[in-house]
Design a protein around this ligand. Sequence first.
Ligand code: KIV
Ligand code: NA
Length: 264
Amino acid sequence: PKRVRTRHFQNAKREGIKITGLTSYDALTARIFDEAGIDFLLVGDSAANNVLGYETTLPVTLDELIPLTRAVAGAVQRAFVVADMPFGSYENGPDEALRTAIRFMKETGAHAVKLEGGERSHKQIRRVVGAGIPVMAHIGYTPQSEHGLGGHIIQGRGEGIKQLLADAEAVQDAGAFAVVLEMVPADAARQVTELLEIPTISVGGGPHCDGQLLVWTDWAGLTTGRIPKFVKQYANLAGVLREAATEWRADVASGAYPTEEHSY
Ligand code: KIV
Ligand code: NA
């Protein structure tokens, strides 16, 4: 299969073909999602919650994300792999951002990086793009600034639309090839999508964006905690695995497993 490149994102927007993305944190799911034709895989810092068991994305480090990103990038044949820059790896300025982006590109085989923030991250995006590394921007609700935003709150509502539009223009001007819109009203996301030449990718941004992205563990029902309203669950993996484990435990207890068939 022909590899997805940044130009695929541009062409998709121009031709009105929807872009699809899922998060992935390991080689097994990366291979499956790639075979299913998902356009891009984001090795999100949501690995903090979904793999490492942290309460928020704040504690996860670059050194923790690098091996996960390498596993995903090494498993795909077609999908475009985006490495998510963790909290504390780019806020100090363009030099720090470029250093982090270079580590991802050299050590993992990812095809692009993602970082949070609109106007406030303009300089970082410009520097990384200037070094030949594609950047996916991320505006609206940005989980790394949960405490600054005062909680898990919808962005771009009411007067907030002005900041959202300013952030969108800022990341496009800085050279981002696409922008994630997280948890914003559908009408605000529509306005951003019409304003920008680069594609918008919705995570809880409604149907008018150029693409859709979901956290795979939420989407597949592996997450057992609270799921955001914008997620549609396409499977119940937690239920499947719980049932399998319960059944296997009972079979071992009763002697139904293993039989001759599973023995040497
Ligand atoms: O880390 C992540 O999973 C993300 C997406 C939800 C946008 O950044
Ligand atoms: Na993230």
